[in-house]
Design a protein around this ligand. Structure first.
Ligand code: PLP
Ligand code: COI
Length: 356
């Protein structure tokens, strides 16, 4: 791989948004990273160019059959006055797993981490400083063959774009209301649930739209066959504290192996709080909520951070969790995770990677 990234700087820098008014993923920085693939040269021509539209033939593969994948991570302006990434290598490892599932050629992980650092360094003045804000990093790959046959593309484009962002949910860390989806399904064994492929999100929109109409921010997916086991929420993995123990669905191929999920499990173990990964039925959760042993629930994700869940709706029955307020474990995890990410507290895990 050629580690030499060509840089073409913009001659027309944008006006930066006000840090204190940022929402999620709506404004983008001045530059983007681009790299191409073809079978002769492999991944080649890595470059940073002014942010702008792509020109694609209308027959381009990804526009028809969705052969494309993406990732999401963040750069943080830290309490020490530097900029740091959180476990970036994990995202690129997961991206390669998504590549494998979607017949896309894999990436050189060291190089992509280097590319992210180079782009973030160039855009360092775009990393917002207001509390709870960060620079959201979106690497993605699209299949670019101009061909209507259903077949893996021979050519691809890899891009990284950056979006200075605030909280994913407009309510910030306030508990969210979640609708338990028992009609539509997201994934099944043998499908693409574990990959971060575009189609997984496209097929989730209908359920999300219907849930939003009922006043819920996202859905909690159940397994695709029996609608019996709990899987994950639209853009987050999910945890429940029942009777003193924290439980989360085991990774079985149908849910995204979240990096925040992995970090939360490690932090809970470090705090000596019992945690287990296993099959969880919706019936056992409903039963726990009814008998008062459902102590807390929360979602985890890069965009969502730790999002307490204050209410579940299952079959139009409402289950309020912890009186709809943030539970002590959710708060503790939020403080520890963001404390590490923003370098306010020590990082005993070695997760923080400075963009030197
Ligand atoms: N599940 C889904 C479907 C997601 O889109 C995300 C977000 O990336 C997550 C879980 C959480 O993953 P991570 O913690 O790696 O951001
Ligand atoms: C993330 O948390 O990074 C995500 O990708 C979630 C969502 C915006 C799709």
């Amino acid at each position: 791989m050629n580690y030499n990234i060509k840089i073409e700087k913009t001659t027309n820098p944008k006006v930066k948004p006000d840090d204190s008014k940022l929402s999620f993923g709506k404004t983008f920085t001045d530059h983007m990273f681009v790299m191409d693939y073809n079978p002769e040269k492999g991944w080649h021509d890595p470059r940073i160019v002014p942010y702008g539209p792509l020109s694609l033939d209308p027959s381009t593969c990804v526009l028809h059959y969705g052969q494309g994948i993406f990732e999401g991570l963040k750069a943080y302006y830290t309490a020490k006055g530097d900029i740091a990434l959180f476990r970036p290598r994990k995202n690129i490892e997961r991206m390669n797993n998504s590549c494998e599932r979607m017949c896309i050629p894999k990436l050189d992980e060291d190089f992509i981490v280097e590319a992210i650092k180079t782009l973030v360094r160039l855009e360092k003045d775009w990393v917002p400083k207001a509390p709870g804000t960060s620079l959201y990093i979106r690497p993605f790959i699209i299949a670019t063959d101009p061909f209507l046959g259903v077949h893996p593309s021979h050519t691809y484009k890899f891009l990284i774009i950056l979006a200075p962002s605030g909280a994913y949910y407009p309510g910030g860390i306030n508990p969210v209301k979640i609708y338990v989806e028992d009609k539509y399904v997201r994934a099944a064994q043998g499908g693409t649930g574990y990959a971060k492929t575009m189609a997984n999100y496209a097929i989730s929109l209908k359920a999300q739209e219907e849930a939003e109409k009922k006043g819920y921010v996202q859905v909690l997916w159940l397994d695709g066959i029996k609608r019996k086991y709990v899987e994950e929420v639209g853009a987050m993995n999910v945890f429940f504290k029942v009777n003193g123990e924290v439980i989360t669905p085991a990774l079985n191929g149908t849910i995204l192996p979240g990096i925040t999920r992995d970090s939360v499990i490690a932090m809970l173990k470090h705090m000596n709080i019992p945690v287990s990964e296993r099959l969880i039925t919706i019936d056992e959760l409903v039963h726990a909520a009814e008998e008062g042993t459902m102590e807390e629930a929360f979602g985890t994700g890069t965009a969502a951070v730790i999002s307490p869940i204050g209410e579940l709706n299952y079959k139009d029955k409402i289950y309020t969790i912890n009186n709809g307020s943030i539970g002590p474990i959710s708060q503790k995890l939020y403080d520890s995770l963001t404390g590490i990410q923003y370098r306010k507290i020590e990082d005993p895990f070695g997760w923080v990677v400075p963009v030197e």
